[in-house]
Design a protein around this ligand. Structure first.
Ligand SMILES: O=C(O)C1=C[C@@H](OP(=O)(O)O)[C@@H](O)[C@H](O)C1
Ligand SMILES: C=C(OP(=O)(O)O)C(=O)O
Length: 435
């Protein structure tokens, strides 16, 4: 893929109503559960991102017919729990940690072997967090010293385990629950802090008996999934860029309709409100078993905070853009308990600290967070290291910078947010491809 650099300039005020694309976590899971269900499932609001399309392509390689009747829609012809077929080719998960980790759980219980590969960024991400508990369930997975590619051996008889997660991770929890569908006996997961529960909710919607409450989930193998239609809400993590952008640009007022508001995703909403943001949830309702609402965000002066550590797992993907809010806010913001940021698409603490320093912000890195002194953001060149959320966060910074912000290596933005530059420019950003 060719290199793509952006230049973000001062813009705004931001105005309008923006349709944010579908939720990435929900889209991955809807594809996987629909694939092994009995019957046809229709997914509406599907994220047309590179990550979720990679998962659809992997499932097609495994013998699942996935149709695209319209943009943002998939019809998945489920093959049943035991209907997947092995592929002689490698299964390419692209940039997606979620895709690779959940598929590893799903494939551990099959009769055939699979090889999962990813791009340069995914090939550096830790996989022992899934392979070790899966091995305790009886799976056999070879890795390159805990990194992809993963060779998942088939034909292993799995048995359920009771597993206390060492780190809060919805991906690990979900991988084990998917393997648990194929295991004898109970699989029980206990989390150090509750994480997003989409897998649990969706398994229930597909008719699999499961009990779950915040921080716990338990199911037994040996049932069947019944096809069901899934309505995917707009992705809160994508909405996050606009929540911060409208908060920091004077005169802004943005509406973001039908955004998913699962409480395990909305930590940034609470953090921004603690910083003084003006964000209102209008028409809170349920859609497809998930809480959704229309977000109305207006400019408001922000001030620094000590981020409550309990919010960290509920905003794990929103730290890059929170760092931008903190760099603009008056006073100091302190983040701790967020060491997981170091194993995302890039080391998000170091990448953000390096970029903000280039723009003149005083930021001190700590092992599990950062201390950020707010003030004016300057012009400069920053590296996104191909991390989509870093690229979009610095695009937000450019709106209020004293000069142009050049952002290198933005080619992966479409992994989670296809159409971001167009949507951003449509509401008042000044974001262009750089020469
Ligand atoms: O389960 C999911 O869909 C996700 C869980 C989180 O990862 P971890 O499970 O590694 O925390 C998050 O960062 C990722 O973007 C999506
Ligand atoms: C960490 C992320 O995704 P994944 O783990 O699926 O690559 C993300 O989208 O910020």
């Amino acid at each position: 893929m060719n290199r793509l650099d952006w230049c973000s300039r001062a813009g705004g005020p931001l105005r309008g109503s923006l349709r944010i694309p579908g939720d990435k976590s929900v889209s991955h899971r809807a594809l996987m559960l629909a694939a092994i269900a009995e019957g046809d499932s229709r997914i509406r609001g599907f994220l047309e991102g590179e990550d979720t399309r990679a998962t659809a392509a992997v499932l097609a390689q495994l013998g699942v017919r996935v149709e695209t009747p319209a943009v943002g829609e998939r019809v998945v012809h489920g093959v049943g729990l035991h209907g997947l077929r092995g592929s002689p080719q490698e299964l390419d998960c692209g940039n997606a940690g979620t895709g690779m980790r959940l598929l590893t759980g799903l494939l551990a219980g099959q009769t055939f072997d699979s090889i999962l590969v990813g791009d340069a960024s995914l090939s550096k991400r830790p996989m022992r967090r899934v392979t070790e508990p899966l091995a305790q369930m009886g799976a056999h997975i070879d890795s390159r010293e805990g990194l992809p590619p993963l060779h998942v051996h088939g034909g292993k008889a799995l048995h359920g385990i009771r597993y206390e997660l060492p780190v809060a991770s919805a991906q690990v929890k979900s991988a084990l629950l998917l393997a648990g569908l194929y295991a004898a006996g109970d699989t029980e997961i206990i989390e150090p802090h509750p994480t997003r529960d989409y897998t649990e909710r969706m398994l229930a919607a597909f008719g699999w008996p499961i009990t779950f409450s915040p921080g716990r989930a338990r199911l037994a193998g040996g049932y069947a999934l019944r096809a069901t239609d899934v309505d995917v809400p707009a992705d809160f993590s994508s909405a996050a860029f606009f929540l911060v952008a409208a908060s920091i640009v004077p005169g802004s007022e943005l509406r973001l309709p039908a955004v998913g508001l699962n409480p395990r995703r909305t930590g940034l909403l609470q953090a921004l409100r603690l910083m003084g943001a003006d964000i209102v949830v209008e028409h809170p309702r349920e859609s497809g078993g998930e809480p959704v609402g229309d977000l109305l965000v207006r400019h408001a002066p922000l001030h620094g905070i000590d981020l409550p550590e309990a919010l960290v797992p509920d905003m794990i993907d929103e730290f890059p853009v929170l760092f931008i809010a903190a760099a603009v806010a008056s006073g100091r913001t302190r983040v701790c308990g967020a060491a997981e940021l170091r194993v995302k698409e890039s080391d998000r603490i170091t990448t953000m600290a390096a970029g903000l320093r280039m723009l003149g912000t005083a930021i001190e890195e700590t092992p599990d967070g950062a201390v950020i002194q707010g003030g004016a953001i300057g012009a400069g060149t920053v590296e996104s290291l191909t991390d989509h959320r870093i690229a979009m966060s610095f695009a937000v910074a450019g709106l209020v910078a004293t000069g142009p912000v050049r952002i290198n290596d933005c080619r992966h933005v479409a992994t989670s947010f296809p159409g971001f530059p167009e949507l951003a420019n449509g509401c008042g950003f000044a974001l262009q491809v750089a020469d």
